[in-house]
Design a binder for this molecule. Structure first.
Ligand SMILES: Cc1cc2nc3c(=O)[nH]c(=O)nc-3n(C[C@H](O)[C@H](O)[C@H](O)COP(=O)(O)OP(=O)(O)OC[C@H]3O[C@@H](n4cnc5c(N)ncnc54)[C@H](O)[C@@H]3O)c2cc1C
Length: 450
């Protein structure tokens, strides 16, 4: 018998040009964009696979490359969607039958996981899975190195520039940045456990909706029940009746349902829990409470709606955090930036998703965005750290603005821009020339920035 003892923790140092923390959709696209721009790049992800919320979800659909008139997000989004299409030919832009967005992209988590690996492989990005950022060292406002923990060893990672795509702004937090959280009262959007059900009868679902049209919201003239991928916002009276009858313990007046690219499969966005996303005990318990809400809904819908009679629960997602820490940048994206049509010279990414606030309790507050808006470089650049950039949902934004820019496809755009900013960063670069060079590279990479 051979007995292997755990040796003393080894100390190792690795050096890169650009290091990205967080392998969600923003981080993968940040790392690919930096590497495409010639940077030796490392991506660090604490989970067992890539994709963050997009693959641990499941989400209704990827939203959105288009405003009401035109495409506003290209670049890495187009590249990633090509890889996804190679695995799942049905995935692609379709009309949003709720009319909330112009176009959305139904998808399968599994194809996105592989597509992301293909993208990192194409650009030769090194990546570490199951590796967690545990500390950061700052000297004279420069982030010099970070420490990460693999399952077995502690590694020091030195780089010229860093990108925080951790969702919650953890690298910014370790680097001493100001972190913004929640609305003016410090309250964030609720967390949710999404769920995927299979063996749903598509025809019976359409019949049910036709018979209960008054329960469904549509921003289009009418709900297109012939669409291949039905996206629904409603079930209002049915949910209230379930609550009043004691079958559902969560009172909701509306929920979302989206058909996936596999026949008979739907994603449901129903559960809601008003907890602090930084409280690890509350977040862990929320997995149980969220799944319990999902199972209650499942039992209720099986009895109530013929389309779900023979359905099966295929997946309960992890506890999805809509928003947590946002790192204070040199600039802060606000509602005014989203609604104004001002054309600024420092725009590095665009978005077009509504400001979509899931309220604590039952309601929804939203403001639609009909025209794409620009995201300035300063919202992706930490206020006091010279070589720290951010992409994805932790960018510098107010609560309302974050309710729009946190959506997955906008996270691709901010991730790409943050990756290029980091790869273009030089110790002596001044802000204006860094932004000008970055915009040039982004255009070469087919990103849309105006
Ligand atoms: C319930 C819910 C429903 C949503 N529905 C939709 C929808 O239908 N359509 C849509 O387009 N968008 C939707 N969104 C929004 C969107 O999916 C996310 O906001 C977006 O994907 C965030 O991407 P990200 O890369 O910024 O962050 P994340 O996906 O959160 O990725 C961050 C990554 O960083 C890693 N990480 C964190 N800390 C560390 C650390 N210390 N060390 C190493 N790695 C770390 C995490 O493991 C994670 O993989 C939804 C979000 C939620 C929560």
């Amino acid at each position: 018998m051979i007995i292997r003892r755990m040796e003393q923790q080894e100390k190792k140092t690795v050096t890169y040009d650009t290091v990205v923390v967080g392998g969600g959709i923003a981080g993968v696209c940040a790392a690919a964009a930096a590497a495409k721009n010639g940077s030796k790049t490392l991506l660090i992800e604490s989970s067992t696979f890539l994709g963050g919320v997009v693959t641990m979800g499941p989400l209704e659909a990827l939203m959105t490359q288009y405003d009401t008139e035109r495409k506003v997000i290209g670049g890495m989004a187009d590249e990633l969607f090509e890889f996804i299409k190679e695995q799942d030919y049905q995935s692609g832009n379709v009309n949003d039958t709720t009319g909330y967005c112009n176009k959305i992209i139904p998808y399968q988590s599994e194809s996105v996981k592989y597509a992301m690996l293909c993208m990192l492989n194409k650009y030769q990005v090194d990546f570490l899975l199951e590796t967690t950022l545990v500390n950061a060292y700052v000297e004279d406002r420069v982030l010099v190195e970070i420490e990460v923990q693999t399952k077995r060893e502690r590694i020091t990672v030195v780089a010229k520039a860093f990108v925080d795509c951790s969702g919650s702004g953890i690298l910014g937090y370790y680097s001493g940045c100001d972190i913004m959280f929640g609305d003016e009262n410090g309250i964030s959007q609720p967390v949710t456990v999404l769920t995927k059900w299979g063996n749903v009868d598509k025809q019976k679902l359409r019949e049910y909706v036709r018979m209960h049209m008054d329960e469904f919201t549509s921003f289009n003239a009418e709900l297109d029940l012939e669409a291949e991928f039905l996206h629904l916002w409603g079930f209002s009276r049915t949910l209230i009746e379930g609550y009043e009858a004691g079958e559902l313990s969560l009172r909701r007046e509306e929920m979302h349902l989206m058909e996936s690219t596999v026949p008979g499969e739907v994603i449901l966005n129903f559960s809601r829990l008003g907890i602090d996303p930084y409280d690890a005990f509350a977040m862990s318990k929320a997995q149980f409470d969220g799944c319990s809400q999902v199972y209650e809904l499942f039992r209720y819908f099986q009895k109530k709606i013929p389309a779900f009679k023979d359905a099966k629960i295929l997946q309960s997602g992890y506890v999805g955090v809509r928003e947590s820490g946002r790192i204070k940048g040199k600039d802060v994206l606000t509602r005014q930036d989203i609604v104004s049509e001002e054309k600024r010279q420092d725009i590095v990414a665009m978005g077009a998703f509504p400001m979509d606030i899931h309220q604590q309790g039952s309601g929804m507050k939203f403001e639609r965005v009909l025209k794409g808006y620009g995201i300035p470089a300063g919202a992706l650049y930490a206020e006091h750290i010279k070589n720290l950039f951010m992409g994805g949902r932790c960018i510098s934004s107010t609560f309302e603005a974050n309710a729009s820019c946190r959506i997955s496809v906008t996270c691709i755009a901010t991730g790409q821009a943050a990756g290029v900013l980091a790869s273009e960063y030089q110790e002596k670069s001044d802000y204006e020339s860094l932004v000008a060079k970055t915009r040039k590279v982004l255009i070469q990479q087919n990103a849309i920035i105006q």
